[in-house]
Design a binder for this molecule. Sequence first.
Ligand code: DAH
Length: 365
Amino acid sequence: MATADPTPPNPLDPDEVMSAADAALAAIDAAATTEQLRQVRNDYTGDRSPLGLANRAIGSLEPGQRKTAGQIIGQARGRVNSAMAFRQKDLEAAELEASLLAERVDVTLPTDLHPRGALHPVTALLRRMSDVFVSMGWEVVEGPELEAEWLNFDALNISPDHPARGLTDTLFVDPITDHKLLRTQTSPVQMRTMLSRELPIYVVSPGKVFRADEYDATHLPMFHQIEGLAIDQGITMGHLKGTLDHLAKAIFGQVRTRLRPHYFPFTEPSAEMDLECFVCHGESVGNPECPCRTCKSEGWIEWGGCGVVNPRVLAVAGIDTEVYSGFAFGMGVDRTVMFRNNAPDLRDFVEGDVRFSRSLRGGAR
Ligand code: DAH
């Protein structure tokens, strides 16, 4: 790069001033980067540059000569400054172009080479069902999977000779004299909650349950339930129906429901909640031409058990049955995923293949 001429031109000599300006223009042309141009600006237009010094020298000229000198120097500096501005723009544009090229990203390259997991559809549905209740002001509580026989059965009015207590259904834990078992239902959380909380109670409790069942397409020895319990003054079967209808709509969309009389020792009256089959809407009933796999051509799908809490259960927890009443419900979550998402084989739920979870998009419909 050209360096500045240390001797300033005579401000009254147009040739000298012109050649100082030409030197500046040549240096501007030669600057290949904005950084170099910055140096050129300093060397050729700064206070200590030849033109800068010549400009300053005007002040010490005879007053009559100042105008002429001012014109000569002013013109020369004007040329240099505008050339500087043009060069600056060109170099900036070129540098921007170069950096865009250098930082170019190939958007066609594969980005995420690490496959992501997926939420298990049972987890996703449990969370979604819990959310429905949380949004109504209920609380989510949990109970232990290793449970006292008394809480799993006796406290819920399931007498010692009830068939569900047999070793065939229930997985007792050694030594059997400890009366500990893997809970067969989430219902013992009802009693735990009644014994530990102030009234009124509005809770749901999702979790794992265990039964000595076969491992096949429709049975698992470990599956999931969600339990609900509401205890307050003036609770009726109507509140139960309204609450479960709301849950059904939140999970399945517009769907008809019905309560079918049933028996559970811890509720009285008891019922089973059925959903109108959302695949065939009952049209497969008595119509062998178009059978429905989802409801097995029954028109209704059994969803869960429910009822008005048996006063005997409330009394065990020391609740005044003259003042308080309640409703409870419990449904199988794996089964719900099965018919909601058309997943035909329960074994897929526990085999840990992420493609299963992905195919159900985390339990979304
Ligand atoms: N625990 C019952 C079962 O495992 C389901 C159930 C029925 C729960 C009625 C309830 C209820 O809370 O009120 O089959």
